[in-house]
Design a protein. Structure first.
Lengths: 257, 261
């Protein structure tokens, strides 16, 4: 292997799939070979059967829909407020000096630790679920956007000034477009994290959603369903990530190599 | 009356971490007439870029003032177009959108914008590249677009800060000819900063030679080579004489820095 040497698309796909195959193989050996008790870890076939049963007999599609709705809802809500604040902070240093210390502090508050408090405030309805995701995403987005906007190339800003742009023009026509690809990339990352918050939110005080199904299955010692739920989250995450990447590539063609 | 007058402009940068302040520019005075093409020639680090940035309004002098058509300069503006040494095209805009940037800022009707853009695209030889993004262009093409972008705004004076410094020798020669031909046809007032002696002579009417840091204008040398100038002029006796003289001037300044360091 040579450092940094690119790999051909065919090889890349084969290598990527290879690890999945290896992973399932190791899992199969552990379970079918009887090395691990069925009580603790279901085998791949049971997992698939349980997954089918979930959709066919238990109306699991509705849970999946609700979980997706919560993630997207909380995430979009956070983005709507966080992106403008981040842009303002990145562009105007006094605004940054005002908010940055608090946002940096709030970023380290674990969203899951707010769940008991949020249940007290907002009950166990949808508002509480959205708030968990909102808290988990909002501060992260604010900081990442502020850093992106703040690191806009100074020479581009100066060029805009010599072309007659005023302060507002610089924000609108230089800071925003030059930061847009990196902002979109930050949103993609935070959306991934939002998925972990939603499951935690659904483990406590929920009556629907993928996380709720997982807690139910734990009570029934149905590890097949639990694993199916986890893998499903992974797949949905992968799809949303892929869509996000594709949208970024299409929207920001100028920024690609 | 001079179009631009630099009147006792000095710049001292505050010391870093308690260190002594750095004097980048001693009080400097220079007058630029209408349709003049002046090069500011100096060894690297002599404050010539600082001087140009002050004229552009991107930096403020610690003493003195800059007057453009009699009015003091207090900040950057569209009346002073600038071409930077680094590539400063907006990467998210096409060649044409880059050239129209300043025109859009003035809310000029789109039809008029297109007309002006087409004129300058043709002028800098970029026809057929209107819809290319900067990353698809060579360094020379990017700087040609940057020149077109500055000119499209119809500034009172064009400021160039070593615009061809990052280009290879051949491209640089061609760019000098292009710039000169544009000046010969459009008669813009130009202030051009460079450390390249040949470049300074070839394009200018007058050369302001600067001292080593802290810089000031040490000598002003008129260049009386006839227009239009052809690149072969670079081998003429008159050119060689000027070059010899300026080489001595710059060399003594460069030596000061080298022996100090």
């Amino acid at each position: 292997m040579t450092p940094l040497k690119p790999v051909s698309p065919g090889h890349k796909l084969a290598l990527g799939l290879g690890f999945f195959v290896l992973f399932v193989a190791a899992w199969s050996v552990a379970t079918f070979g009887g090395f691990v008790s069925k009580t603790f870890l279901a085998d791949p076939l049971t997992m698939v059967r349980e997954g089918y049963a979930l959709f066919a007999d238990h109306g699991f599609a509705r849970d999946v829909g609700i979980t997706i709705w919560r993630v997207v809802g909380g995430f979009v809500l956070a983005a709507i407020f966080a992106v403008p604040l981040g842009i303002a902070m990145g562009a105007y240093k006094p605004i940054e000096a005002f908010f940055e210390p608090f946002v940096s502090f709030a970023r380290y508050l674990p969203a899951s630790a707010f769940i008991p408090l949020l249940i007290l405030w907002a009950g166990i309805g949808e508002t509480q679920k959205l708030l968990v995701i909102f808290i988990g995403s909002f501060f992260q987005i604010v900081l990442m956007v502020a850093v992106t906007v703040g690191s806009t190339r100074r020479d581009l800003v100066e060029a805009a000034y010599t072309l007659g742009a005023n302060a507002r023009g610089v924000v609108r026509r230089v800071l925003l477009p030059s930061s847009a690809p990196a902002i979109a990339e930050s949103l993609r990352l935070v959306l991934g994290w939002a998925w972990t918050y939603v499951i935690v939110a659904e483990l406590i005080g929920a009556s629907s959603g993928i996380g709720h199904m997982i807690t139910d299955s734990q009570a029934l010692l149905n590890t097949g369903q639990i694993i199916f739920g986890i893998i499903l989250i992974g797949i949905i995450g992968l799809i949303s990530d892929f869509l996000f990447k594709w949208a970024n590539r299409t929207l920001f063609a100028w920024a690609n190599e | 009356m001079s179009r631009l007058s630099i009147d006792g402009v000095a710049r001292t940068f505050p010391g870093v971490r308690g260190g002594p302040p750095t004097e980048a520019l001693q009080p400097t005075t220079l007058a630029v007439g209408d349709n003049d093409f002046i090069t500011i020639l100096g060894p690297s680090g002599c404050g010539k870029s600082t001087l140009l940035r002050i004229v552009a309004g991107l930096d403020s002098p610690t003493a003195g003032r800059v007057l453009l058509d009699g009015a003091p300069v207090s900040g950057p503006g569209a009346d002073r177009g600038m071409v930077f040494q680094s590539y400063t095209l907006f990467p998210w805009l096409t060649v044409r959108q880059n050239i129209c940037f300043g025109l859009r800022e003035k809310w000029m009707p789109v039809a008029q914008q297109s007309e002006i853009a087409a004129h300058y695209i043709a002028k800098v030889g970029l026809a057929g590249f209107e819809h290319h993004y900067p990353k698809m262009l060579s360094g020379g093409m990017q700087q040609r677009t940057a020149i077109a972008r500055a000119l499209a705004n119809d500034p009172k004076i064009l400021l160039l800060d070593e615009p061809f410094g990052a280009l290879d020798n051949q491209t640089r020669g061609l760019m000098q000819e292009l710039l000169l031909s544009i000046w010969e046809s459009e008669r813009k007032t130009v202030l051009f900063v460079t450390h390249d002696i040949e470049e300074a002579i070839f394009v200018a009417n007058r050369i302001a030679v600067m001292t080593a840091r802290p810089g000031r204008v040490k000598a002003e040398v008129a260049v009386t080579l006839a227009h239009p100038r052809h690149y072969t002029i670079k081998t003429s006796p008159q050119f060689s004489d000027l070059k010899r003289r300026l080489t001595e001037e710059i060399r003594s300044e460069a030596l000061k820095v080298a022996t100090l360091a």
